[in-house]
Design a protein. Structure first.
Length: 210
């Protein structure tokens, strides 16, 4: 089963991606992870991507698509994968159509005002990456999972969060319509409800699909 995970920044994609991948034995493919791996390994396309990143520029769609296409040829992807962070726009979606068969697109909808509070109040563990919200920490500054120090990401501030949401709405949100027309979209509502509740809803739909 090959899936795409859509949702605005802060919609809870990271938590759901882990649960979905574990449940169905899928490889969780994040474009950020692919970039870092290629840059670390000094691959030709990784060095090309780094040349843009070092200048503070966005990596062109063509380069991103080539990196993802290469990742999908790896042996571990034969059992199925979950794409997280790709495609980001219809150009990338068109490209993906030519090199992969997608079975469903999991889309997490959430009100932008809730996202603003969620992201600005987010704290992340420096060691394991686990995320928390200040409303549930009770003043604690260490990770309940590994004991690591919690910190606030530099881009988790009102100005940057608004900019990220604006970019999402302009570039990525049209993918919802794109995949709806293809009959692949599965819509879910991300709310204040626990992540486990949302996952049960997602799991019910994917179990039917499988």
């Amino acid at each position: 089963m090959n899936l795409i995970l859509l949702g605005a920044p802060g919609a809870g994609k990271g938590t759901q991606a882990t649960k979905i991948a574990d449940r169905y034995g899928l490889v969780h493919i994040s474009t950020g992870d692919i970039f870092r791996a290629n840059i670390k390994n000094g691959t030709k396309i990784g060095l090309l991507a780094k040349s843009y990143i070092d200048k503070g520029e966005l990596v062109p769609d063509e380069v991103t698509c080539e990196i993802v296409k290469d990742r999908l040829t790896w042996e571990d992807c034969k059992k199925g994968y979950l794409l997280d962070g790709f495609p980001r726009n219809t150009f990338q979606a068109d490209y993906l159509d030519k090199c992969a068969k997608i079975d469903a697109v999991v889309n997490i909808n959430i009100d932008f005002s809730l996202l603003m509070d969620r992201l600005c109040g987010r704290r992340v563990c420096k060691e394991c990456g686990e995320s928390y919200h200040v409303s549930t920490l009770g003043g604690k500054t260490d990770c309940a999972r590994c004991g690591g120090e919690l910190y606030q990401r530099k881009d988790d501030n009102p100005e940057t969060v608004k900019s990220r949401l604006d970019v999402y709405e302009a570039q990525t949100a049209p993918l919802i319509d794109y995949y709806t027309k293809k009959g692949l979209i599965l819509n879910f509502t991300g709310t204040e409800a626990p992540a486990e509740v949302l996952f049960e809803e997602i799991k019910a739909k994917l179990d039917e699909l499988k």
